[in-house]
Each structure stands twice: as structure tokens, then as C-alpha cells.
Design a protein around this ligand. Structure first.
Ligand code: HPA
Length: 274
């Protein structure tokens, strides 16, 4: 089965439950799950009810699409995403992104938790993605190119839309929320990095490191979507803080700044349309 056929099967299953037409797609990372409760909800569809759809195995990650409005903006939000480290091939990891585009979304707002590499990032900071380094994970576009999605050799000069970056910075300013900017580097995980790896990533120009997002951004750009990415810096990257890293610390920080993170995303969504 082609990826296009897989997408079509999922879209058909969703369309049996809702005809909602989203304009913006949103992937909710750690700490942002509760954002769903702010949406004026029209419908919810569980991933497990979709044929061939990957289901998250990580504790704390839910698994459903929410359809609803953020202000005036019609949104499809993923409450829970799947990660490459769970064992799914990259084409499965980005299937949800392709499904949301097929449902009509023209842009994608990606959120995640990340380790801060510096120079001025502290736990609790929010960081707008200016670019990414995806060279340490397989491309989600490996395999036969499906022209209906996009070109064989898509340009990645401006993955994170300058227009949406402006919108995010303006939203942050209006709400008085500090928003840093930087380059996100994706690793496969699931282990956290070693201090030597973090020194390497710093030398390569990365400001934050995480286990998602860049692959989704690549698939979205392939489809021609406008992309925006925001990280919640949940911890100092390995070797920078002196303490061992833990998922508990990541969740704790994500929960601590969840309110602010949600406010920022809400403000962005409610002003995202030009
Ligand atoms: N490394 C990788 N992924 C992460 C981290 C980290 O330090 N924090 C949250 N996600």
C-alpha cells in the first residue's frame, strides 16, 4: 500500500465521524496535552480507531485527534504523538502529519519538550524554532517519492515559516511571554545524550535537543505546509547541569510552564490567519 493510500484510509475513517475542516494543525508535546481542553470542541477521534495508524506507547501521551476552534481558527490538534524511538518506521511517525494535511490543514504548529544547550536557555524557557538539524535521524521522505505529496528533492531553506515566526514573536510580546529563538536538533532517543554528544551538538550550532519535531516539519514542508515550531526547554542538556537527566524532571518542568506555553499557542492560533 502506498503512503497516499494509507492516508486516504485514515481520512475516510475520520470522515465517518466528522466533517470538520481544519485550517491549522497542531501537535501537542509534553505539558501541552491540556491545551485540548481550551478548544471549543467539535469532535474527537481516537488514533486506535484509525486503520494502520500508529499509537503512542509513552506514559503521559494520549492518543487522539481533537477537532475544534481556537478563537475563530478551525484546528485539528494531536493529543499525543508517536516517536521514532517507539519502533515505528519514519513513514509511520509522519503519517499523522500527512493525514492532517489531507484533512485540509494548510499549516502546522509543532510543540515539544527539549533539552537546552545554550547559550542562554534555562529550564522553563520557551524557544521558537528558527531552523533544525535532522542529520542524526533518518529522513521521513526515504523511499519511493509520492508526487502527490511533494517533490523528490524538496527545498529546506526556510522550514520554519518567517511569517509564522513573526506571528509567534508578536503573540509572545502581546501576552508578555518571554520567547527565545534557536536551532532544534533531533536525535532518535530514547536515551538522553552524553555530555560529549551535547558538546558536539553545541559545536554544530544546536541550541536545543529533542526526540521529535524535525521529521514532522520535513514531512510538512514536503507537503507545502507552513510550519511553526516551539520548544519548551524542560532541562539543561546532559553535562550542563551536573544532575542526571530524568523523564520526571522533563514532565515536571513541562507541567510548571504549561499555562504560559498554552497561552502563547492560543494567542498565536487566534491571530494566525493573515
Ligand atoms: N534530550 C533529548 N530530548 C529531550 C530532552 C533532552 O535533554 N529534554 C526533553 N526532551
Amino acid at each position: 500500500m502506498t503512503q497516499q493510500e494509507r492516508v486516504a484510509r485514515c481520512v475516510a475513517a475520520i470522515r465517518e465521524k466528522t466533517g470538520f475542516a481544519p485550517r491549522t494543525a497542531l501537535i501537542l508535546g509534553s505539558g501541552l496535552g491540556a491545551f485540548g481542553e481550551r478548544l471549543r470542541l467539535e469532535a474527537a477521534v481516537e488514533y486506535k480507531d484509525l486503520p494502520g495508524f500508529p499509537v503512542s506507547t509513552v506514559p503521559g501521551h494520549q492518543g487522539r485527534f481533537l477537532f475544534g476552534f481556537a478563537g475563530e481558527e478551525p484546528v485539528v490538534a494531536m493529543q499525543g504523538r508517536v516517536h521514532y524511538y517507539e519502533g515505528y518506521p519514519m513513514e509511520d511517525v509522519v503519517l499523522p502529519t500527512r493525514v492532517m494535511a489531507a484533512l485540509g490543514a494548510q499549516r502546522l504548529v509543532l510543540t515539544n519538550a527539549a533539552g537546552g544547550i545554550g547559550p542562554d536557555l534555562a529550564p522553563g524557557d520557551l524557544m521558537l524554532l528558527t531552523d533544525h538539524i535532522a542529520s542524526f535521524v533518518p529522513s521521513p521522505l526515504i523511499g519511493p517519492n509520492e508526487e502527490a505529496f511533494g517533490p523528490r528533492f524538496p527545498d529546506m531553506t526556510a522550514v520554519y515559516s518567517p511569517r509564522l515566526r513573526e506571528k509567534a514573536l508578536a503573540a509572545a510580546e502581546r501576552r508578555n511571554i518571554p520567547l527565545k529563538q534557536g536551532v532544534y536538533l533531533q536525535t532518535t532517543g530514547p536515551q538522553y545524550e552524553t555530555p560529549a554528544e551535547i558538546r558536539m551538538f553545541a559545536a554544530l550550532g544546536a541550541n536545543a535537543v529533542g526526540m521529535s519535531t524535525a521529521c514532522e516539519a520535513i514531512a510538512a514542508r514536503h507537503l507545502g505546509l507552513e510550519v511553526c515550531g516551539i520548544s519548551c526547554v524542560t532541562n539543561l542538556a546532559a553535562g550542563l547541569g551536573g544532575e542526571p537527566l530524568s523523564h520526571a524532571e522533563v514532565q515536571e518542568t513541562a507541567d510548571r510552564v504549561a499555562q504560559q506555553f498554552q497561552d502563547l499557542v492560543w494567542e498565536l492560533l487566534s491571530t494566525i490567519e493573515e
